[in-house]
Design a protein around this ligand. Structure first.
Ligand SMILES: Cc1ncc(COP(=O)(O)O)c(C=O)c1O
Length: 288
């Protein structure tokens, strides 16, 4: 095992990354025809593995692809890869594609899926990002209408993220027809008068595992929370705006489109939620 050639999993075998090869006819390569997950691992303990595996099943059902493994088999694979990877805190990425077949849009028959899994060091937010907040840009959400499926066809999200990268920001927060949806690889929520307001979990956003964790932690901590459509004007005038994802945990937005937002510093409800989050992570790990 070494950092430049880590062990990955491909179709039933653990192999060095340099030896993991997939056909150019794989439908993941040709069509982006597949789904994926990313599970954060703290101190070698996967965080919220079951909800990730349930969402994988939901995504597979959504694209009409049979799950090649039971939940118990996935769990064993994830734990096996974590054990073979030298970092305590990891991000386990895995994807299932519709396999290798002659190029034709319709589903191939009797084609085994391609299963790939790798684990990288988990890049949790820096202290500076937690304490100072982060910058985002905004854009009209022009992605397809099944953003609830975690598919590997991520070009829409890639183009959105690049807008942020070009502006030196970390995310692009999107609005569709005047309402908040999500960001390129995070969910988004706002706070007004002490209440967390989250957009509904419909077909226009990914049902984030961290989004659900935030709901659970807010309820446990007695922080009021509502889920309803969020008009753009309301989002831009909110007391706080947060991003959530498996790698970002929760982060406060303090700059939007180059201008300070909400006083330019993380608000009190965010600070409380961040504490709740840290206390409930496996091994209650300190931020990097
Ligand atoms: C588009 C999008 N929305 C939201 C999220 C957050 O989901 P989770 O909290 O499950 O990581 C992600 C994560 O990658 C994402 O890609």
């Amino acid at each position: 095992m070494n950092a430049t050639d880590p062990i990955v999993y491909l179709n039933g075998k653990f192999v060095p990354l340099s030896g993991a090869q997939v056909s150019v006819l794989d439908r993941g390569f040709i069509y982006g025809d597949g789904v994926y997950e990313l599970i954060p691992v703290y101190g070698r303990e996967p965080f919220r593995m079951t909800p990730h595996l349930k969402r994988l099943q939901r995504s597979l059902d959504g694209i009409g692809l049979a799950n090649p493994h039971t939940e118990a088999q996935w769990e064993a694979l994830v734990r096996d890869l974590v054990a073979r990877t030298p970092y305590p805190n990891q991000g386990v990425y895995f994807q299932v594609t519709r396999g290798v077949a002659k190029r034709d849009h319709a589903f191939p028959k009797d084609t085994p899926p391609t299963v790939f899994m790798m684990s990288n060091p988990l890049a949790t937010p820096s202290r500076e990002q937690v304490e100072g907040g982060v910058a985002v840009v905004t854009a009209e959400d022009n992605r397809w209408h099944r953003c609830d499926l975690k598919t590997i066809s991520l070009l829409g999200n890639v183009l959105m993220r690049q807008l942020a990268a070009d502006a030196g920001a970390i995310e692009t927060v999107m609005f569709r027809d005047g309402f908040l949806t999500e960001a390129s690889a995070s969910n988004v929520m706002i706070v007004k008068d002490g209440t967390i307001i989250m957009p509904p979990k419909d077909h226009l956003i990914l049902p984030g595992v961290t989004f659900d964790a935030t709901i659970e932690f807010a309820q446990a901590a007695g922080i009021p929370l509502v889920m309803r459509p969020v008009p753009m004007a309301e989002a831009m005038a909110a007391d706080e705006m947060w991003l959530s994802s498996s790698t970002k945990e929760v982060l406060a937005v303090t700059t939007i489109d180059g201008k300070p937002f909400a006083g330019g510093k993380p608000g009190p409800v965010f600070r409380r939620m961040w504490q709740e989050f840290q206390a409930r992570k496996p091994h209650a790990m300190a931020p990097a």
